[in-house]
Design a protein around this ligand. Structure first.
Ligand SMILES: Nc1ncnc2c1ncn2[C@@H]1O[C@H](COP(=O)(O)OP(=O)(O)OP(=O)(O)O)[C@@H](O)[C@H]1O
Ligand SMILES: O=P(O)(O)OC[C@H]1O[C@H](OP(=O)(O)OP(=O)(O)O)[C@H](O)[C@@H]1O
Ligand SMILES: O=C(O)c1cccnc1
Length: 487
């Protein structure tokens, strides 16, 4: 029988090629060359006008736990066949580099570095896969949740997706992303315990079926629970479900807190309006109507347009699986590397698709805030050592350079914070509530034109003149190299 290894570390949560490249660097003696990588996505998901960055807390956990365990090393030796000398190197390896990152709850746009890793080449390479895995998923779900919450508005959005999520970690971190993005509660009790997210819930059809009729089921539930939301659609919503809920609520009176009812199938607009009438007529004007059933921002906006009388929205499958776009597509690209002489040499990846050409060099991202209206004028990417002009900033589109503007009376807010310096965590991780509040502030500072669900305006994301010139210089150098080869 094959030996079973204990899953006692996350360090092998990487692609084999990262370890193979690391071995090449190490055998060649370049593994400790300083290298800088940036993590970014190219295109905003769901046709949205912004994305919500999430994932930093888990990235920090991963980096802090980064070390190959004895079991990892045994596995690499016995099953993959790495040699003892290389394994001895891996055994001592820790993350000693520096990481700068945007904060969770930051609004982020295509092609801007979200996380910047400045580390010995081997270390930067080995953490790539996990960083992408974490950020790709959490940012995607936070963005989807933010779209949904925009439509839900002041009503309540509850995350109900655990049962449909792509496995347990996705449920947990997905619901955290949803809460960060403005959801009010989750049905996942473990997520409540782990992150302090308020937990909420009603009951299932199975309970009604177990008691065979709604009256008995609601009554029994009410005898054992103060707060009651009755699911009214098991047999016939308007003729049986709602009347039974009203009957039990009347019978038990003050003994329970009759919060309301839940609809989970049928025409939610029609049923909610009719149910509202029945509840009001019975005197339960404060009772809330919950709805669930494959909801997302599109159905919710549509239901609202139909005048649906829904107060609380339970959202599962379409949120937690990012149903309409499976992946964010974030990438991790090297932008500069140490040369033999110790100098940093910028590096570029050319593509026949101009949007995929990377932007070389160590960079900083600034949000340019207009001091008069306190809204964002756009983001500005400059080289690390650049000093921004204080009075007048010329911003231009990095591809269509004729689109440009001059901004005056602005504040340039740097979006990256130091997270790790020389391998040490130097960042005070905010609590989830703070990140949630931070996102709210960020959204307030974004013009509505970038926030609408359909066909939002393109948010300006510009390169500084120096950054742009550097990119062009790098492109030209590659072209010259290719031309020289052909000769
Ligand atoms: N008035 C409405 N306008 C637009 N969409 C609606 C309306 N009412 C319900 N929906 C949506 O239509 C879809 C109906 O789903 P489906 O066909 O699976 O039926 P269902 O009524 O939920 O029944 P069941 O849960 O028993 O399968 C859901 O996504 C729901 O959110
Ligand atoms: O529709 P979603 O957005 O995915 O929300 C979660 C769904 O999970 C439950 O259904 P399920 O059929 O699993 O169980 P039930 O018997 O309690 O209805 C619930 O009733 C929702 O419909
Ligand atoms: O509490 C609920 O109503 C609930 C929880 C998870 C999934 N669907 C519904």
């Amino acid at each position: 029988m094959k030996h079973i290894y204990h899953d006692d570390s996350l360090t092998l949560h990487t692609d084999l090629y990262q370890i193979n490249m690391t071995e090449t660097y190490w055998r060649d003696g370049i593994h400790n060359k300083r290298a800088v990588f940036e993590l970014f996505f190219r295109k905003l998901p769901f046709g949205n006008g912004y994305a919500v960055f999430a994932g930093l807390e888990k990235v920090i956990q991963f980096i802090q736990g980064f070390r190959f365990s004895e079991e990892d090393l045994e596995y690499l030796k016995n099953e993959v066949g790495y040699k003892e000398d290389f394994l001895a190197y891996l055994k001592e390896l820790r993350f000693t580099g520096s990481i700068r990152s945007m904060k969770e709850g930051e609004l982020v746009f295509g092609n801007e570095p979200i996380i910047r890793v400045d580390a010995p080449l081997a270390e930067a390479q080995l953490i790539e896969t996990a960083l992408l895995n974490i950020v790709n998923y959490q940012t995607l779900i936070a963005t989807k949740a933010s779209r949904i919450k925009q439509v839900v508005g002041n009503e309540v959005a509850m995350e109900f997706g655990t049962r449909r999520a792509q496995e347990m970690d996705a449920a947990i971190w997905g619901t955290r992303a949803a809460y960060l993005a403005g959801f009010e509660a989750t049905s996942n009790v473990r997520a409540g315990k782990m992150f302090g997210i308020p937990v909420a819930g009603t009951h299932a059809h199975s309970m009604v079926q177990a008691y065979k009729d709604e009256y008995t089921a609601f009554h029994k539930y009410a005898e054992s629970h103060k707060d009651c939301v009755f699911l009214v659609d098991t047999y016939d919503t308007l003729r049986l479900g709602v009347p039974n809920a009203i009957k039990v609520a009347k019978e038990l009176g003050d003994k329970i807190n009759f919060i309301g009812i839940r609809l989970d199938s049928g025409d939610l607009a029609y049923l909610s309006k009719e149910a509202r009438k029945l509840l009001d007529k019975a005197g339960f004007t404060e009772a809330k109507i919950y709805a669930s059933s494959d909801l997302d921002e599109h159905t919710i906006i549509n239901l609202k347009a139909q005048g649906a009388k829904i107060d609380s929205w339970g959202i599962g499958t379409k949120l937690i699986t990012a149903y309409d776009q499976a992946a964010l597509g974030a990438v991790y690209k090297i932008v500069t590397i140490e040369e033999e002489n110790g100098h940093m040499e910028d590096t570029i990846k050319i593509s026949s698709n101009p949007e995929k050409v990377t932007t070389p060099g160590m960079k900083k991202v600034y949000r340019i805030i207009n001091n008069t209206n306190h809204h964002a004028e756009g983001d500005y990417i400059a080289l690390e050592d650049e000093k921004l002009p204080e009075k007048k900033l010329r911003m231009f589109h990095p591809t269509h350079t004729y689109i440009n503007k001059v901004v005056t009376n602005f504040t340039a807010k740097e979006l990256h914070e130091d997270i790790f310096t020389g391998g040490e965590l130097v960042y005070e991780i905010p609590c989830l509530e703070e990140s949630r509040e931070y996102l709210k502030q960020n959204l307030d500072a974004l013009w509505d034109e970038y926030k609408r669900l359909m066909n939002p305006e393109d948010y300006p994301l510009d390169l500084s003149q120096k950054c742009w010139d550097n990119k062009m210089k790098n492109i030209q150098e590659v072209k010259d190299k290719v031309a020289a080869m052909k000769e």
